[in-house]
Design a binder for this molecule. Structure first.
Ligand code: ADP
Ligand code: MG
Length: 570
């Protein structure tokens, strides 16, 4: 070796710096679809021991990253290519922001100078501008020596305060740029305490108890923020020492088991309508709670709200006692404060809820036992419920319209953060991404209960499930339609707008990629298929035939469905 060569400095480049920065900040898994210009990011990540899970479409990869963020409290990473790949992923990033899940979409992008003059580059798009309205924060790194800073800022923005989706734009020129390796190393750092815990003031805690002690009909509502905060310990203590009835929003189910004696789930309408004080814990008073307004709620109701985001307060109804801070810490402080100022939910109120519960539970029991032929939602879900009752730790992913509404009520959850569903937007297409993330992050089994229409949005990810050999059982509720499968087009031979192929064999799709397919026409076949699929721990899909006349248009959301008063009649 000549003296001259021995002085050639060791080099690094943008690709390596991105992976180094992520690794330094504890990222262990990435989801995405590779292509120009980010393929080498995934390769280098794999070489470093970071797991890369490659999808068939960016939206599903993004949903996986978002779910990973919710489950791990670290930002889920989604890697996308420029323009169209970026836009596909952006749906998931916006959904993550809406759901308060920490996620970072890292996207390659094309040549800035050409994009800015709109000269028509390969996959030209001003991605930073496009991302900004849909994200909590959006950054572009324009120099390789800023990659470490960009990654740290993205992580901090995603997980601090109210978590959300963050966009990080990496132009191809920055990824490919080289610099001196020691200079590169010096530019990287680990973000210190990226999600600082915030505490509510003593005055806020005191004010909240002041409102609660005077309540005659108090009710506590748990949202997915409480699940994210991992606050089940102090929440249970608070609920059990006050005797307050509680309701769980869908992704908060399992923080306390659904069969807890104080659960008011089976008397939801009565509880909402009559409560005089409602304590919201990590739940927003949005459309999912009828905005807190009559006729679902009492106009006299007063509110306590525990939330990390001060701007959330008063968004729909005036909040008498905001408690701003981390839910776990806030609930611990509230439990301590109960020592001086005990709160007791009056017996008459609890009895009224229990009486209504008994009525509704009996009615539901009859529906579940009816065993309709052909099979309907009740029969199929009873079979799934009974299989789940025998097993711990299984994740439930759920999307659809009727499939979502029925399953949310019928499948009880016993453990926190085991249910992932359509969430705040009521979005379709999250199913396979959420299921894949749950399996990858936990190593545990997942049952994805999918409407046939909902499944179609991400169905090709069955190949991803098979490629990574994940323990996921997809159950497609095949009623041949969006909502229902029995609409008839009276004007032409085309299928009606809500109709899908009734004869579809979704199980064959799973078989095509090496998984196991099952076809089930009655509850017995559903449980046999599930038992065998879960025991195998291998990818499986159950084509679960449901009566096409079962269910309703728009599910439980009929009130939101605008219908034409001038609809053509035959
Ligand atoms: P749900 O749909 O289950 O009702 P939402 O998504 O509407 O739940 O509400 C979740 C709320 O939880 C958001 O307002 C968010 O700011 C809040 N939140 C999320 N994480 C935390 C946390 N660690 N501590 C306190 N509040 C949190
Ligand atoms: Mg359907």
């Amino acid at each position: 070796m000549s003296a001259r060569q021995s002085h050639v400095p060791e080099l690094t480049d943008g690709f390596h710096l991105v992976v180094d920065a992520l690794e330094l900040n504890g990222v262990s898994t990435m989801y995405g679809v590779v292509g120009i210009p980010i393929t080498d990011v995934a390769r280098i990540a794999q070489a470093r021991g970071i797991r890369y899970i490659g999808f068939r479409q960016e939206q599903a990869a993004g949903h996986a990253a978002a779910a990973a963020g919710f489950l791990t409290r670290r930002p889920g990473i989604c890697l996308t290519v420029s323009a169209p790949g970026f836009l596909n992923g952006l749906v998931a990033l916006a959904n993550a922001t809406t759901n308060c899940f920490p996620m970072i979409q890292i996207s390659g992008s094309s040549e800035r100078a050409i994009i800015d003059l709109q000269q028509g580059d390969y996959e030209e798009l001003d991605q930073l501008a496009a991302a900004r309205p849909y994200t909590k924060a959006a950054f572009r790194v324009d120099r390789p020596e800023d990659i470490g800073l960009g990654v740290a800022r993205a992580i901090r923005a995603a997980v601090s305060g109210r978590p959300g989706g963050v966009y990080l734009d990496l132009p191809a020129s920055v990824l490919g740029a080289t610099l001196d390796a020691s200079e590169g190393r010096a530019s990287l750092f680990r973000a210190v305490d990226p999600a600082p815990i915030q505490l509510p003031s003593a005055a806020a805690v005191d004010r909240a108890l002041g409102v609660l002690v005077r309540a005659k009909r108090p009710l506590l509502i748990l949202g997915k923020g409480a699940a994210y905060a991992r606050a089940e310990g102090p929440i249970r203590t608070f609920i059990e020492s006050t005797g307050m009835p509680f309701l769980s929003m869908s992704m908060a189910k399992g923080l306390l088991p659904d069969d807890h004696p104080q659960s008011a789930a089976a008397a939801r309408s009565l509880a909402l309508k009559n409560a005089d004080v409602v304590m919201l814990v990590g739940a927003r008073l949005n459309w999912l709670l009828a905005h807190g307004r009559s006729p679902k709620w009492s106009d006299e109701c007063r509110f306590v709200q525990v939330d990390v985001s001060p701007e959330e307060i008063d968004s729909n109804r005036p909040i008498a006692a905001p408690v701003i801070g981390d839910i776990d810490e806030a609930m611990k402080l509230l439990v301590v404060a109960l020592g001086d100022r005990p709160v007791t939910a009056p017996r008459v109120w609890r009895d009224a809820i229990d009486a209504k519960k008994a009525q509704n539970v009996a009615r539901m029991r009859a529906h579940l036992a009816a065993d309709a032929v052909p099979m309907n939602f009740y029969g199929a879900l009873r079979a799934i419920r009974d299989v789940l009752a025998e097993r711990d730790g299984v994740f439930v992913v759920n999307e659809g319209a009727n499939t979502l509404d029925f399953a949310r009520d019928i499948l009880p959850m016993h453990e926190p953060r085991k249910r992932l569903d359509s969430g705040t937007w009521g979005v379709m297409g999250v199913g396979m991404g959420y299921a894949i993330a749950a399996a990858v992050e936990s190593g545990r089994s997942v049952i994805a209960v999918e409407g046939d229409s909902a499944f179609g949005f991400s169905g090709m990810e069955v190949e991803t499930i098979c490629r990574y050999k994940l323990p996921i059982v997809v159950v497609v509720f095949n009623n041949g339609g969006i909502y229902k499968g029995d609409e008839v087009n009276r004007w032409s031979s085309d299928p009606a707008p809500t109709v899908l192929s009734r004869t579809s064999r979704y199980d064959k799709l799973m078989e095509a990629f090496g998984g196991t397919g099952y076809h089930a026409e009655d509850p017995g076949a559903v449980s046999a298929a599930l038992e065998s699929a879960l025991a195998s721990g291998k990818p499986a899909l159950v084509n679960c035939m449901i009566d096409p006349t079962a269910g309703t248009e728009s599910g439980h959301l009929q009130s939101l469905n605008a219908e034409s008063t001038l609809r053509p009649s035959p």
